[in-house]
Design a protein around this ligand. Sequence first.
Ligand code: IVH
Length: 708
Amino acid sequence: MKLPKTFLRPPSELTVVEATAELELLAAEMAHHDALYHGEDAPEISDADYDLLRHRNETVEEQFPALIREDSPSKKVGAAPAGGFGKIQHAVPMLSLANAFDDEDVQDFSDRIARFLGLKEDQSLSFTAEPKIDGLSISIRYEEGRFVQAATRGDGGEGENVTANVKTIKGIPERLEGQDVPPVIEVRGEIYMSKADFAALNAAQIESGTKIYANPRNFAAGSLRQKDPAVTASRPLSFFAYTWGELSQLPAETQSEMIVTFKRWGLPTNPLMRTCGSIDALIAYYHEIAEARAGLGYDIDGIVYKVDRLDYQERLGFVSRAPRWAIAHKFPADVATTELLDIEIQVGRTGALTPVAKLNPVTIGGVVVSNATLHNEDEIARKDIRIGDWVSIQRAGDVIPQVIGPIEAKRKPNSVPFEFPSKCPVCDSDAVREVDEKTGEADVVKRCTGGLICPAQVKERLKHFVSRNAFDIEGLGAKQIELFYSDCLIRQPADIFTLRRKNEGLETPLEEQKGFGKKSIDKLFSAIDERRTIRFDRLLYALGIRHIGQGTARDLAKQFGTIEAFRTSVDAAITDGLESEAHADLVNIEGIGPIVVKALIEFFREAHNLEALAALLAEVTVEPFVFEQAAQSAVTGKTVVFTGTLTQMSRGEAKALAERLGAKVAGSVSKKTDYVVAGADAGSKLKKAEALGLNVLTEDDWIALAGR
Ligand code: IVH
């Protein structure tokens, strides 16, 4: 954070010249942070530091009202956000990758695949190996060979329409050339900025005395989310194609042939890709590229291995948003040492107390780090990390930097072990570690028990509510929530939607208050109005119920379609109790388990939550979630139970296949089971199925039904 030289002096002691200089610097500095925060998702400073800048700007302006600038941060409600892009549903979800950190993880990955496919000892597996590019993924749709659309990954299910910007990237062809270009193909790959281009850019920035950028990845991300495609065009971005989404017809049988085909069509592909026939060959490739890493023209953070045969990829499918047939073997993280200045305890939206290391800023892998996570109370105690210690910090790719441990040789003689608070630092309620009823073990996380009396929890919930993957309200971010919360204008989600009415009743309406203008307030109200309709899965995610992330919200929405159907089911589970069928039905939903159900029940049993939800629903309309089934099949919508030993495919593959065909796979037999597939030596489940008079299938019946 750049601070003006005069920053620490009281405003009343500044000369006009000094105040002018300060206000100019503050405007530039805050515009920079606004852009990082809103546009590139890469804040460099904490909210507290940002507030410090804003406060200083205000006090200097108060002292020198004549010097208030046209572009003063006090006139804005947040920076122009990067919104404004339309949304695109990905026809085929954009997945992420599971990670491997050592050779054993790679071996496990290969073993899992062999097991899933039921391969014999003598059936070998071939993989492709290629660098994992540290950029951002993109899906580019070609129809009849013409570039028609490009979308960011977004949450994997839905991304942003960045067509106009991607069209300006030089290496990406407008047309695919070749006899075998299919009528529809979504080419997927990574957009990145080369190290050389990034260095040249920063050199020019230094030359002209303007800001310098943290790293190529953030810069590429920001470039892609420009409102003006001309800006994107001026930035030297590059692209590698490495996979695909929707594809009307496969032009090859292996991953490696696909990449060769991509190249023939005119798409840029990574020349370092190689096929490997064994785990040893994969590991050798990994070390080879790790050696060459520094000399590569672009940043990479690991190696991606993919099963080469596409029929195997198809059979393997994916699990919890990552393919079973690919993995990222990560390079070890960058490490640095610095001084631990303080340990700050942050309170999250679920009350979790998270210790954050406040560090003497240090550069790790090209990025300045001044905060790092300390995980939890036990970690601090186990590693005996003390305030004032020198500590080693690691930063790997896109994850939050972590404190590895203290450097004891450098410990100061008067240091004392860190005492983790037993009270919430914000509301002073007791902070406790919940004990698991079954195992009797205490949770690693200490939580504030204040619930909705804890301002930190309330504010964090509201921030989550308006965040990008939830209600995504332009101009209403964390900072505005802080402000409106402290003004008592927004205390629960519904208040956001009644803000306009409330404002009309204010003695000094917002547009007349310091720091706002009529234009910005009008803009905010219309951004809020734009979100009065929301899809069910987003709403569910926005509520911030414990254990309900985006994926789980989507799984639930997929199952129930509407909020009404969902509520009926949860209410039944609450009324009928833990042993009820209603409860079992919830637990049996794919992707959902007892922990999620417990969290749902706890949330929907709480009167305060119900009131807040009712107030919200009086203001917003919830659209049903319509899940487009890829293909209708004989088992779509049916509930299937597998029991006994299958011979033609592993249990895992059978389950995955059923789900892909739109069936639900349950673990236990009930009246609601449509089919019971009984392999050899089926036992009690088969008996129960017969007793209930259910449809029992042999393995062959099942394969015929599944159309295999
Ligand atoms: S394959 C279905 N190959 O890594 C599998 N991903 O951590 C799709 N990435 O979201 C991914 N280089 O953005 C693949 N050579 C590569 C990659 C790569 C970078 C990114 C990609 C993905 C992320 C997962």
